[in-house]
Design a protein. Sequence first.
Length: 140
Amino acid sequence: MTENFHERIEADEEVKLPSERSFAMVFATVFALIGLIPLLHGGSIRWWSIVIGAVFLIIGLTVPSILRPLNKLWMRFGLLLHRIVNPLVLGLMFWGILVPVGYLIRMFSGKLLASELKDDSYWIRRKPPGPDPESVRNQF
């Protein structure tokens, strides 16, 4: 099945995981933001999210190796999303941008690459006529 695609999608390709510490910091930040965003709209803090973010922060700073299975799972989820979303986005861009632009160009301006040559020749005569043809016979 992988032969039908332009890119090589194989299970044996190794993807380098980010460090567990950076994984923990990202999740701690995201959960902290989820917990604090309601304050912007006059709401109350979501304590459950703050607690989860604090747990990620503490684990990431003290024993980040515990987060390796979650890091791998998160990376697999990202790769799965990539395989689904990437063709959809590229297809939408093709059908939503390139195809309509192609139709508009054909409707209004015709062929862009058709150059209409008006002169019989664009050859410029040199005086004096240039180097002797024998001098450039074996250039390399």
